[in-house]
Design a binder for this molecule. Structure first.
Ligand SMILES: [Zn+2]
Ligand SMILES: [Zn+2]
Length: 172
């Protein structure tokens, strides 16, 4: 607690410079007060002067402080609440990013599957082409065989009638 060295300041309560030698200064508004005006007796004044960690506020500042302290407590509670929410959000974000990684892995697996399917389809279509080509060859060779057979048959029919008849006669 600071001791008043000068007497230029007026007492904030009685507006007088003199009247009492014991002065108290408010640590919030820096105003000076007669110890007697703020009802601090000599004994209390001594204690206040001796204890450096003792703080004194004038009446009006004390009322303000009474409102400020609950607000500080509320603020502190709010900060704790926000910290909790932030922690929760961070956890949720981690979970979400984990899900995203899983989704990406699934997407990749799906793409690989699709590639495999495409490769199989391509192989099957090539095989179909081969089969078609073989069928074409078969068709050609079949046609040739059919033509040969036709030619043979035609050759048989084209034999002279006389010879054929002779044969028939001979067999009888
Ligand atoms: Zn005074
Ligand atoms: Zn004050």
């Amino acid at each position: 607690m600071a001791k008043k060295m000068e007497t230029k300041d007026k007492c904030n309560l009685c507006n007088k410079i003199t009247g009492c030698d014991n002065w108290l200064s408010c640590e919030i508004c820096d105003g000076w007060f007669h110890a007697s005006c703020v009802k601090v007796n000599d004994e209390a004044y001594k204690v206040l002067q001796e204890l450096e960690t003792c703080h004194w506020f004038c009446q009006s500042c004390n009322v303000k402080m009474g409102k400020v302290i609950p607000n500080i407590v509320k603020l502190s509670e709010r900060v704790t609440e926000i910290d909790g929410r932030t922690e929760k959000l961070e956890k949720e974000l981690k979970v979400l990013s984990g899900c995203n990684t899983k989704l990406e892995a699934k997407q990749e697996a799906y793409e690989q599957d699709m590639k495999a399917v495409h490769a199989k389809v391509e192989a099957m279509s090539k095989e179909m082409d081969n089969i078609n080509a073989k069928f074409g060859e078969l068709d050609v060779s079949l046609q040739k065989t059919v033509e040969k057979q036709k030619n043979k048959l035609q050759g048989h029919h084209e034999r002279p009638n006389g010879a054929r008849n002779d044969e028939c006669l001979r067999n009888r």
